[in-house]
Design a protein around this ligand. Sequence first.
Ligand code: ACO
Length: 332
Amino acid sequence: MALMESIKQKARSEKKRILLPEGTEERTVQAVAQIQSEGIADVTLLGKTDEIQAVARKFNVSLDGVTLVDPEKDKDFSDYVATYYEMRKDKGVTSEKAEAMMKDTKFYAAMMILKGRGDGMVAGAISTTGDTLRPGLQIIKMAKGISVVSSCFIMEVPNSNYGDHGMLIFGDCAVNPCPTAEQLAAIAVSSAQTAKSLCGMEPRVAMLSFSTKGSAKHELVDKVVEATRIVHEIAPELNVDGELQADAALVEKVGQLKSPGSPVAGKANVLIFPDLQAGNIGYKLVQRLAGAEAIGPICQGFKYPINDLSRGCSVEDVVSVVAITAVQAQNL
Ligand code: ACO
């Protein structure tokens, strides 16, 4: 896993403050020991202090240098309740509801980042993707110029020459169920940025469909064509082509035949799926059938980085996602 090693190395070069709101979760606490000893980030665990300490004792983990925050006992609790109320009162949030929301460590962590007490957050070992991302969507919101938060996976396919020696970016495989053409274009631009900033790739972006360059007519194809047009408009410097079938995107001979002269067809390294069904199924098939390493989902487009763990994650996964989040924070 040369890529993960280089991401960890980069994280160490300028340490960021990463918040872990699932502070009493066992894999998270064990990961903290490794993150600290490898110097990957400065971490804060959120939760009831005595419960966090009990888990640390159980696994013989030192919490030296780790910041512990119990929202309900924190000095800023009432300030954060008031801020959340102001942000959400037009959505029907009462002050009682705001207080209840700030007792949720994920919402509290998002507010800590907004207030400058952290650079990024990682959760999801015991929460769904929706519950992990919602605090970010409501409190942290999107980076300037980004219209939608999305996600991608770094896929490392063994013994393959597709993409960059088997490395490809797949987006969006985890967040937007049914993106519009505008959102699909934003997903493409964000995924290309992630390819560049995390993997050092020179992105060649394929907008995937079941049609290549008009070979089929359908409104689903029209959406991908329109998304491609928008990418050309908003990111004219980006190498992008669409609509392309997966083989036209990846296989040199097929690409040359179906989209001659394209800077992308036959050599794409960033694949943009037309919706979440295709993206989620696509990455899982490549992971299982081709034995690919799937790193992610890596969330992209937030003003400050938030990443979602799988509930089946290992301690090593938590360490890796913290390193990725730290590097995203460096790149802001
Ligand atoms: N980008 C930017 N803003 C968004 C996005 C987005 N992608 N999605 C929702 N929002 C906004 C909403 O407009 C809303 O704004 P507002 O409340 O200020 O008006 C705010 O964020 C919160 O929205 P909610 O309604 O609370 O959230 P929603 O119910 O729309 O859920 C979510 C968003 C959680 C990302 C949803 O789209 C979702 O569940 N996606 C699928 C996740 C999933 O199950 N993935 C598959 C599993 S992951 C895997 O296999 C690796």
